[in-house]
Structures are given as structure tokens and as C-alpha cells.
Design a binder for this molecule. Structure first.
Ligand SMILES: Cc1cc2nc3c(=O)[nH]c(=O)nc-3n(C[C@H](O)[C@H](O)[C@H](O)COP(=O)(O)O)c2cc1C
Length: 371
């Protein structure tokens, strides 16, 4: 006779807060994988407060939250954060809640993963406890470096949680499911529980001072750059301090996720047009520019406000627009020479996302070699 291992599909609440879609894509991935591991996720945007109630929630909670602005939670999390920041809430308000949190951010910003950190801190203050270590994924080096092991470790952590809270576990509306495979996965992946230590390994610096020759040479270079600083103009071929003074570490090569095709086009005008398809092109002034990254960040990020008051630019929430920033002619020329692509200078570049890529939230649109 056949023996079937029947298990109850265990439910958890999965909330995401996103600004540009990556946290949502990751939450959807968690939701898909949950089924394979014998769980069922109730997936909601954190702003959909009518769909869940943390005050009475007995199932474990998983939160994926990104950061925007200068260390702010995404706009969709504003109301949630305001509510939990209410100082009149008692310190045991969320004492019944067990949660795991994955923060997304970019270490080039001053307040790394601060959106997640704000929520994490406040949930703790209100008595909620982790059933799984917090992960902080860095878009600067590739979110997937932390996201993938964090998701892999989530399943054994959830199983452990359900085992230890048996009797109280949330099985309402549960479906029976045969899952011997997920039990095996549990054993294989149990060593992935402690993610935080791996996160530390992802900081690419050479503070260990392994290569003293390189450091000495950098000191020499940095003195030279100080002397040269006055007639310095940054460009594609020549960077400015601190990059020009830094000892350059080579980050891990991420798996390829784009295929590039060069397509013949009639001329530069056409390649510009391809960026914006049928839509018109406006020339508008910049009304405000704020530097969001620290002064010593390798990659500067600016918050730029464009003044569109003198245009008939019409848009709806959710629309995307392209900013056309022509590159310097001479720099493009030297790059094309270096890449031996001079005969293709007027070609249109088509980017296609590889079908099997695990990278999340990428949007590729055609462009010319000059923008
Ligand atoms: C305008 C802007 C501001 C950002 N500010 C921060 C920040 O202050 N701290 C941080 O760690 N990451 C910051 N980031 C990086 C994002 O959090 C990161 O790219 C994340 O993966 C985006 O996820 P999302 O698509 O779900 O919003 C910022 C990104 C943008 C575009």
C-alpha cells in the first residue's frame, strides 16, 4: 500500500512596502516559493490595512520593505509607520507577534535600509519578536546576494516557529498537502538560518590591509591627486576624488541578466526618438537638486526636481518618463574605439532580459549609444 505524508499548509502574513517595485517582486517570489515549501502566504501591500490586522494576527508575519528619500520608508508605508509610532500604544501591543523582516536599501545612501530599520525597531519596542534574523539587502552590490539566502533560510525558520508554537498555530482555512519534498528541503537548508553574518561578508573593502604595496601606491596617488585637484574635471575617462584616490576592489561578477543587441537605425535623431517612442520631448529647467548620498560615496545620487510648469506635460500616476542626457561626444568616441564599435555608432541598442534571470525589478528600454 502507499503511505502519503499529509501535512497542513501553514499560513503566514506577508506584507511589502515598495517605492519602485523591487520589494513587491521579492514578496511575490516568497509567495510563490511558499507553496512549494508547504506554506500559504497572505500577500498584501502594507497600505492595504483593511486586509490584515496585526493586533489580532496569530500567524507569523514576514515584511519586505525598501527605503526611499533620505532614509524614509516607501510612501505606501507612511500610514502604517505613523500608526505604529503612536506613543500611546502600550509596550506589549504586539507581544503576540512573531516576525521576520527583509530590508532593501543601497549602502551608498547615508541611512542604509532605514525604512526597514524604523519598522523593525518599533515592532520590537511594542513587544513583537523575531522568529528569523533580519536581512539587509544592498542594491549597490546586488540585492540578490542577500535576498536569495534570506529566502532560503526563511522556510526552516518558519518550520521551527510552527513546531515551537504548536497548538497555537494558525490553521484556519488550511489545506491538506502532501509535502515529503519540503521536509527534505527543511533538513538541507537548516544551516542557512543565520544570514546576518553573511551580510557582513558582502562589504567589499580591504581594511584588512592585505596588500600593503597597493595601499602605499594609493597614498602616493592620493598625494598626487591633491596636487592636481585644481585643474580637475571629472569625465567618463577620468573620475574625481574619492574614486580616483581609492584602491579599487573588484566586486563579485553578478550572473549575466541582459542580452544586448545592436540594431541598425537611420541616424541619431531616430535613436533619440526610440527612447520616447511616440511621446513628445520637452526641455525643462531643474528647479531643485539635493545630494542624497554621503560626500564620500563612490556613486553620487541626486534627487532632482524638474520644473514642468511651463509645459503641457500630461501624466497619470504610474506613468514612466525618460530623461535624455546626451553623453559627451569625445568620450563616446573613445569608448567606441576601445570597444571596436566605431562602425556601429548610429546603431540602436536593444536590451533583453534573459528569461532565466533571478534579478528583480529590471526594466530595459531601447537606447542609442549616445544617451
Ligand atoms: C530616490 C531614492 C532614494 C533612496 N534612498 C535610500 C536611502 O536613504 N537609504 C537606502 O538604504 N536606500 C535608498 N535607496 C535605495 C532603494 O531603497 C533600493 O534601491 C531598493 O532596492 C528599492 O526597492 P523598491 O523598488 O522596492 O522601492 C533609494 C533609492 C532611490 C531611487
Amino acid at each position: 500500500f502507499t503511505v502519503t505524508c499529509l501535512e497542513v499548509m501553514r499560513r503566514f502574513l506577508l506584507l511589502y512596502a515598495t517605492q519602485q517595485g523591487q520589494a513587491k517582486a521579492i514578496a511575490e517570489e516568497i509567495c510563490e516559493q511558499a507553496v512549494v515549501h508547504g506554506f500559504s502566504a497572505d500577500l498584501h501591500c502594507i497600505s492595504e490595512s483593511d486586509k490584515y490586522d496585526l493586533k489580532t494576527e496569530t500567524a507569523p508575519l514576514v515584511v519586505v520593505v525598501s527605503t526611499t528619500g533620505t532614509g524614509d520608508p516607501p510612501d505606501t508605508a507612511r500610514k502604517f509607520v505613523k500608526e505604529i509610532q503612536n506613543q500611546t500604544l502600550p509596550v506589549d501591543f504586539f507581544a503576540h507577534l512573531r516576525y521576520g523582516l527583509l530590508g532593501l536599501g543601497d549602502s551608498e545612501y547615508t541611512y542604509f535600509c532605514n525604512g526597514g530599520k524604523i519598522i523593525d525597531k518599533r515592532l520590537q519596542e511594542l513587544g513583537a519578536r523575531h522568529f528569523y534574523d533580519t536581512g539587509h539587502a544592498d542594491d549597490c552590490v546586488g540585492l540578490e546576494l542577500v535576498v536569495e539566502p534570506w529566502i532560503a533560510g526563511l522556510w526552516p525558520a518558519l518550520r521551527k516557529h510552527f513546531r515551537s508554537s504548536r497548538g497555537q498555530e494558525e490553521i484556519s482555512g488550511a489545506l491538506p498537502v502532501a509535502s515529503p519534498a519540503s521536509l527534505r528541503t527543511d533538513l538541507v537548508k537548516s544551516e542557512l538560518l543565520h544570514i546576518e553574518s553573511q551580510v557582513e561578508l558582502l562589504r567589499f573593502d580591504d581594511s584588512g590591509g592585505k596588500d600593503s604595496e597597493v595601499l602605499k601606491q594609493n597614498a602616493v596617488n592620493s598625494n598626487q591627486s591633491n596636487v592636481l585637484i585644481e585643474d580637475f574635471e571629472s569625465s567618463l575617462t577620468r573620475s574625481e576624488p574619492p574614486l580616483s584616490q581609492a584602491s579599487l576592489n573588484i566586486p563579485a561578477l553578478p550572473p549575466e541578466y541582459l542580452q544586448v543587441y545592436l540594431q541598425e537605425s537611420l541616424g541619431q535623431e531616430e535613436s533619440q526618438a526610440s527612447v520616447t517612442s511616440a511621446d513628445p520631448i520637452f526641455q525643462v529647467p531643474i528647479s531643485k537638486a539635493v545630494q542624497l548620498t554621503t560626500n564620500d560615496a563612490i556613486k553620487t545620487t541626486l534627487l532632482v526636481e524638474l520644473d514642468i510648469s511651463n509645459t503641457d506635460f500630461s501624466y497619470q500616476p504610474g506613468d514612466a518618463f525618460s530623461v535624455i542626457c546626451p553623453n559627451s561626444d569625445s568620450e563616446v568616441q573613445s569608448l567606441l574605439q576601445r570597444l571596436q564599435l566605431e562602425d556601429k555608432r548610429e546603431h540602436c541598442v536593444l536590451l533583453k532580459i534573459k528569461a532565466d534571470t533571478k534579478k528583480k525589478g529590471i526594466f530595459a528600454s531601447p537606447c542609442g549609444l549616445y544617451q
